[in-house]
Design a protein around this ligand. Structure first.
Ligand SMILES: [Zn+2]
Length: 175
């Protein structure tokens, strides 16, 4: 079953009774609609969250990975390309958050939704690349001038000059 980002509130009352204990959350997540200007989660594709919640005396740590499928135009050849970004998660939810790095614990549950949403947005590539060695646009799309093209445009009179220069060169070598 695929959970939505809004359905990621996890009950932790049992976990919190035993500091040091762990609970794994491993599930497919519907990330539909998450996008940035350069890439987006493909419609209908789901991400995957695999984290371990560990109970502390005054909070819960969440550690693991989020896999985010994406699609977007390659920054070099502009072809539509796809990939899967995998990002590490490490967050602390605390009863009384003391600084901006800590997220609040909400009674006996923790809502992983906002964390997963924000992490997915940051995981999308800002400069997608179809392959590491992509050389850019296909020649049919943007014609590249070859050496032959340039030759054809050379004025025949210059060709005669080239021949003269060659002769001179031969003379020089003879001296
Ligand atoms: Zn490319």
């Amino acid at each position: 079953m695929t959970a939505s980002v809004r359905g990621l509130r996890i009950g932790v009352s049992e976990l919190r009774r035993h500091p040091g204990e762990r609970m794994r959350v491993d599930r497919a997540i519907d990330l539909d609609g998450i996008e940035v200007s350069t890439a987006a989660v493909p419609a209908g594709a789901s991400g995957h969250l695999d984290v371990v919640l560990e109970s502390l005396s005054d909070g819960i740590t969440v550690t693991g990975t989020l896999r985010v499928p994406w699609t977007g135009p390659c920054r070099r050849c502009l072809e539509e390309t796809t990939g899967i970004a995998e990002v590490r998660l490490r967050e602390v939810y605390a009863d009384r958050p003391t600084d901006d790095d800590l997220l609040p614990l909400d009674g006996d549950s923790v809502d992983l939704g906002p964390l997963v949403h924000d992490t997915a947005v940051l995981a999308l590539p800002l400069a997608p690349l179809c392959t590491e060695d992509c050389v850019g646009p296909a020649p049919d799309t943007f014609p590249v001038r070859t050496a032959e093209d340039v030759q054809e445009r050379t004025d025949p009179r210059w060709a005669a000059l080239d021949a003269l220069r060659f002769d001179q060169g031969s003379d020089d070598r003879l001296e």
